[in-house]
Design a protein around this ligand. Structure first.
Ligand code: SAH
Length: 243
């Protein structure tokens, strides 16, 4: 059962390609897809590029063309929940599109004709991912926390404390307690929902979505993101059965 590991940025994925056994690269839909094996598991690695549409295109190609039967997103995000600090990890329980607003036709954040705003990540894969993240923190010798909760996705790089506050407050008014903000996860969750395939997502916190976010993000992405992604994926693969 092919596992897809999806990231938005090269820095988030770099180390994984280096470890791929019998790597086979395909160019499709303007993206590189890397098929091969990691720890004996058939995998396909892909970079979505940034944003919800780019992520949805990539997830669809992973499923339709590369036989992905479950998708795990690994990447970085801005922490907006209280106590969600740079270097922490957030594993998604649910994902919501914070910029989706078809009100007054539908409640704010609700995906029209789905009757829901949040997509829940696959419980079993998510539990395995949580355990993998805890193991990865130990392996990396990092003091950061592993959180489990809501990821908010939208087509905005949030780099202003006031904007982050407003976004969190508006989501809270609709009953959503967002821990981190990013730009792809909820789109992939919706695609996996449509295909009935398991999805899980993990984000390492690169910044606090405030005025220094663009600097913090760049440093973190370059220096730390790929080490986290490798350690988490390695630990996850140990717990997945090979099928
Ligand atoms: N110009 C930047 C673009 C980065 S976009 C560059 O140098 O490449 C940020 C990426 O990291 C997105 O893929 C998003 O999912 C995630 N991300 C990290 N911090 C974020 C934040 N504060 N707001 C939104 N997305 C964030």
């Amino acid at each position: 059962m092919t596992l897809a590991i999806l990231s938005a940025l090269h820095d988030e994925q770099r180390g994984l390609i280096e470890q791929l056994y019998q790597p086979y690269r395909t160019l499709h839909a303007g993206r590189e897809f890397w098929q091969g094996q990691l720890q004996g598991h058939p995998v396909v690695l892909a970079l979505s590029k940034i944003g919800k549409v780019a992520a949805a295109t990539t997830a669809t190609a992973l499923i339709e063309k590369f036989g992905a039967r479950r998708i795990v997103f690994t990447g970085v995000a801005g922490g907006i929940g209280p106590g969600v600090q740079v270097g922490d990890i957030v594993v998604a329980h649910q994902l919501v599109q914070h910029d989706l607003d078809a009100s007054p036709l539908f409640p704010r954040f609700e995906v029209p004709f789905y009757g829901q705003s949040g997509f829940t990540a696959d419980p079993q894969l998510t539990e395995q991912l949580l355990q993998a993240c805890r193991a990865a923190m130990v392996a990396l010798g990092q003091p950061g926390k592993v959180h489990h909760g809501l990821l908010a996705s939208g087509d905005q790089f949030v780099s202003c404390a006031q904007a982050a506050h407003t976004l969190r407050r508006d989501l809270a008014l609709a009953g959503h307690d967002a821990l981190a903000v990013e730009m792809e996860g909820a789109a992939v969750a919706q695609v996996c929902h449509d295909y009935g395939l398991p999805f899980a997502a993990v984000r390492t916190i690169s910044d606090r979505a405030d005025a220094s976010a663009h600097v913090d993000f760049k440093v973190f992405a370059r220096d730390v993101a790929s080490r986290y992604a490798c350690a988490i994926v390695q630990a996850l693969l140990k717990s997945l059965s090979i099928q």
